[in-house]
Design a protein around this ligand. Structure first.
Ligand SMILES: [Zn+2]
Length: 182
């Protein structure tokens, strides 16, 4: 099945690989969420409760109740949305959470050439990310596994779209194959 807007088998296999590494996946609202709810201020980026379709609460706690996504059920939801002509939900991964090997996940988000240059300087050539991908705004996200002890900080140099942010405890980052949001 190759629906133009749907996710293919390769996409789902990639999510299963991420799940196998211990990443906590969460569905996020569709990029056109404001069409059905004007209160959404970050369409395509907010975790949702699949049972209600509303933004999820209480997902930011480091040891919160969110334990991950039933990918089979989520696939059925996405296929149902595609049949109804609705944009697919996205998917995000909770950062700061332990992975299967005890390390924890952080995301380094960079926008612009300066941010990328800064990250390369900080990380050095030997530090290989677990996963890297381009974002809708033309930046990069790099996911890293870091030692599991102690807090995983979250920082943002400007809170905006030029520069670098580190997503650690209590954060979430949208991952492929989610529709890019600018
Ligand atoms: Zn939303």
């Amino acid at each position: 099945m190759a629906a133009a807007e749907g996710w293919n088998d390769e996409d789902w296999a990639r999510l299963r690989t991420m799940e196998g590494l211990g990443m906590v996946l969460v569905p996020v609202c569709a990029p056109d969420h404001t069409a059905e709810w004007a209160g959404c201020r970050s369409p395509g980026k907010v975790p949702i409760d699949l049972a209600t379709g509303h933004h999820m609460r209480e997902w930011t706690a480091r040891r919160g109740s969110v334990s991950g996504l039933d990918l089979d059920g989520f696939r059925r939801v996405q296929e149902s949305r595609a049949r109804m002509g609705r944009a697919p939900f996205g998917v995000g991964v909770l950062t700061g959470r332990p992975l299967a090997d005890g390390r924890r996940l952080v995301s380094l988000d960079m926008d612009g050439a300066e941010g990328l240059a800064d990250a390369k300087r900080l990380l050095g050539p030997a530090r290989a990310p677990t996963m890297a991908y381009r974002t809708g705004s033309g930046g990069w996200h790099f996911l890293y596994a870091v030692p599991g002890d102690g807090p995983v900080p979250s920082r943002s140099d400007d809170g905006g779209h030029q520069g670098m942010a580190l997503q650690g405890d209590g954060r979430q980052t949208v991952v492929p194959p989610s529709v890019p949001v600018r």
